[in-house]
Ligand binder design. Structure first.
Ligand code: CAA
Length: 259
């Protein structure tokens, strides 16, 4: 079925897929259907051998202004529990293919959390990041208190979560939340440039490296180092390891096949 609230460009560039959030009138507010469509699209792309990197964007005005407040406003705690509003996020967390968020305009609440669920964030100078849930009587519910704190530290995370203040792209860059800031007309181009660099690498090594970096958030140093070493050893079962090392010795560019 054709999705209603997202646009999928499966081969936007060689080996790079582009998924665009597309509820522009509502500033890409993340309703349940949008999140289900996004989960299904990302799972489909994750299973596609030709897709090595996924770029996720909104539009110039908004990456996403958060979970859909209108859809949530009348719900009870039991409704929230029964619909398990954020269960789609668990599936997105399991995507192995690297994801780059290309953010312009608002990335607020669930929008900021969705960008943080991606592996890298490229922002336009106009981007604004925030967790303003406190202003509507709730708090972040899809990772804002955890991923934001790990990314920017307690002081700024606490300020953003308790006051709802938005930070600029420059401040987000300074705080370590995002990878780069570029003029608005270049933010998608920059995300694709970064994606193209990653897409040239062995896709197996990239997926295992992503998995190991993310493990750093959930494990002790000892467990993380052990996990890293296992993935490193495992890559010696791949053609890409042989090709990559032989190409270095031959002084040529490697051709990775993902095998
Ligand atoms: N949910 C539903 N609709 C939203 C929305 C949201 N999160 N954000 C914006 N919209 C809608 C507005 O209601 C408005 O619709 P109408 O034209 O039908 O009135 C339209 O998008 C345009 O928005 P504004 O007129 O408000 O645009 P603005 O430029 O004046 O302000 C804004 C932009 C500062 C982003 C403002 O819209 C805003 O504060 N939005 C809400 C941000 C927010 O609180 N996000 C957190 C949501 S809760 C959450 O995300 C929980 C979680 O952890 C997952």
């Amino acid at each position: 079925m054709t999705p209603e609230y997202i646009i999928i460009h499966q081969q936007a560039q060689p080996h790079i897929a582009h998924v665009q959030l597309n509820r522009p009138k509502e500033l890409n507010a993340l309703n349940l259907q949008l999140m289900q469509e996004l989960r299904d699209a990302l799972k489909m792309l994750d299973e596609d051998e030709n897709t090595r990197v996924i770029v996720l964007s909104g539009n110039e005005k908004a990456f996403a202004a958060g979970a859909d407040i209108r859809q949530m406003a009348g719900k009870t705690a039991i409704d929230m529990f029964n619909t398990d509003q954020f269960s789609t996020w668990d599936a997105i967390k399991k995507i192995k293919t690297p994801m780059i968020a290309a953010v312009s305009g608002f990335a607020l609440g669930g929008g900021c959390e969705l960008a943080m669920l991606c592996d890298m964030i490229v922002a336009s100078e106009t981007a604004r990041f925030g967790q303003p849930e406190i202003k509507i009587g709730v708090m972040p519910g899809a990772g804002g208190t955890q991923r934001l704190t790990r990314a920017v530290g307690k002081a700024l995370a606490m300020e953003m979560v308790l006051t709802g203040r938005f930070i600029t792209a420059a401040e987000a860059r300074q705080a370590g939340l995002i990878n780069s800031v570029v003029p608005q007309e270049l933010y998608l181009q920059e995300a694709f440039r970064l994606a193209a660099v990653v897409a040239e690498m062995s896709p197996l090594a990239v997926k295992m490296a992503k998995e190991a970096v993310l493990r750093a958030f959930d494990s002790t140093l000892e467990e993380g180092l052990h996990f890293e070493r296992k993935n490193f050893y495992l890559l010696f079962a791949s053609d890409d390891q042989k090709e990559g090392m032989q190409a270095f010795i031959d002084k040529r560019t490697p051709v990775f096949t993902g095998k």
